[in-house]
Design a protein around this ligand. Structure first.
Ligand SMILES: [Zn+2]
Ligand SMILES: [Zn+2]
Length: 131
């Protein structure tokens, strides 16, 4: 069981199953959404993911490509991403986890559009876009 929460503590969530591989997405949209060099995420089964507190605080931003980014409306912490094309998966923003993550980054996606000031120094595979 994994647990996570947003910066202000209004939103808490639980994941009843295992985390998927840790992926860093360097695309320009994820950089905007995170305010950082990349979005660190892990896919989990939507059936295993549950908001336990603060559902009413959640806001979302859906783009024209059917990608929905869900965040805390009080503090702005990104919580999950969902795709209309894969509703059975939620991509948890693992920086909001409170429980330990026992795996390292498995791959870098959209490395071709990473920030010029970001240097990828680990040995995980890098993909221009998606694998
Ligand atoms: Zn919050
Ligand atoms: Zn991205």
């Amino acid at each position: 069981m994994h647990k996570g929460s947003c910066l202000c503590g209004a939103v808490e969530y639980e994941i009843a199953g295992p985390l998927g591989p840790v992926v860093y997405c360097h695309c320009s949209r994820c950089r905007k959404a995170s305010g950082s060099a990349f979005n660190a995420m892990s896919p989990v089964s939507a059936a295993d993911f549950r908001i336990v507190k603060g559902q009413e605080c959640l806001r979302d931003y859906r783009n024209s490509a059917g990608v929905n980014r869900v965040f805390c409306g009080m503090c702005g912490s990104p919580i999950i991403g969902k795709r209309d094309s894969a509703p059975e998966i939620v991509r948890v923003r693992i920086g909001t986890l409170d429980t330990p993550v026992n795996s390292q980054v498995s791959s870098h996606v959209f490395a071709g559009s990473k920030a010029s000031w970001d240097e990828i120094l680990d040995h995980a595979p890098q993909y221009e876009e998606r694998p």
